[in-house]
Design a protein around this ligand. Structure first.
Ligand code: 6PG
Length: 235
């Protein structure tokens, strides 16, 4: 198995800058809608800020989320809020193209509503590796090796039917997450990881360590690692 494409950068700002150029190029090269699945957490903030400065035909882009904390959209821990503050409020994106995960009502019902939206978008019952749902999935990586809210030891790791599921344990708040079958359905998948604290997880996940949620990921399309020197230090 050849090693996935890996790019290492001197610092998070340079990484955000170069990643924004790369993603802008992928959007420009695509005919028709570009389905972009956004990561949460803190690492993507710089990238979203850089993307907001790029000359991009945003009318082509549909925004989705890979996971969400089950809090109101204006809550400080909301992944939607983070993306809105750093990117969406600074670009001419149409409200009908922005698809945050719902965080009202019951978490299981909210997960089913988001899945229904994705299935309507995909227009088929089963995900076909030859026709990925997303054009680009951005992933962060937890120091414990989690991706999205696919947390170590969580039953959601074994979910192969649902596309979106709630995660009740493992974090202070309930989460909604794309499941493996859904998050893997992408033409390009990129890990964006910074910091010394992530170096061990980067090394193990990149080596396919199945004991870590990230190590089980098998994207349908291209996989790319974007790392700063600290996160790449054990490679
Ligand atoms: C979330 C994320 C999660 C995140 C990692 C890394 O909602 O928290 O989607 O998977 O990417 O926890 O988080 P940091 O970027 O904050 O280190």
């Amino acid at each position: 198995m050849s090693s996935p494409r890996t790019e290492t950068f001197s610092d998070p700002q340079e990484m955000a800058w170069r990643a924004a150029d790369w993603i802008a190029g992928l959007i420009a090269a695509k005919d028709g809608p570009f389905r972009l699945a956004l990561a949460g957490g803190s690492t993507p903030r710089l990238l979203y800020g850089e993307l907001s400065l790029r000359m991009i035909d945003w009318s082509k882009v549909e925004f989705y989320w890979i996971d969400e904390r089950f809090v109101p959209p204006d809550h400080p821990d909301s992944n939607y809020r983070m993306a809105a503050e750093t990117l969406l409020r600074h670009i001419p994106a149409q409200p009908e193209d922005i698809h945050p995960m719902p965080t009202d009502g019951d978490p299981d019902d909210a997960a089913r509503r988001y899945e229904a939206l994705l299935r309507t978008t995909y227009r088929a019952e089963a995900l076909d590796p030859a026709r990925p749902l997303f054009d680009f999935v951005l992933l962060g990586l937890g120091g414990d090796g989690h991706i999205c809210s696919l947390l170590p030891g969580s039953p959601v790791l074994a979910e192969n039917e649902r596309w979106v599921a709630p995660v009740a344990k493992g974090r202070p708040e309930v989460r909604l997450t794309l499941t493996y079958p859904c998050v893997q359905s992408s033409r390009v998948t990129a890990f964006l990881v910074t910091g010394r604290g992530k170096a061990d997880a980067v090394k193990r996940v990149r080596a396919g360590d199945m004991s870590l949620p990230g190590g089980r990921l098998k994207p349908d399309g291209e996989l790319v690692w974007l790392l700063d020197h600290d996160a790449a230090r054990l490679l």
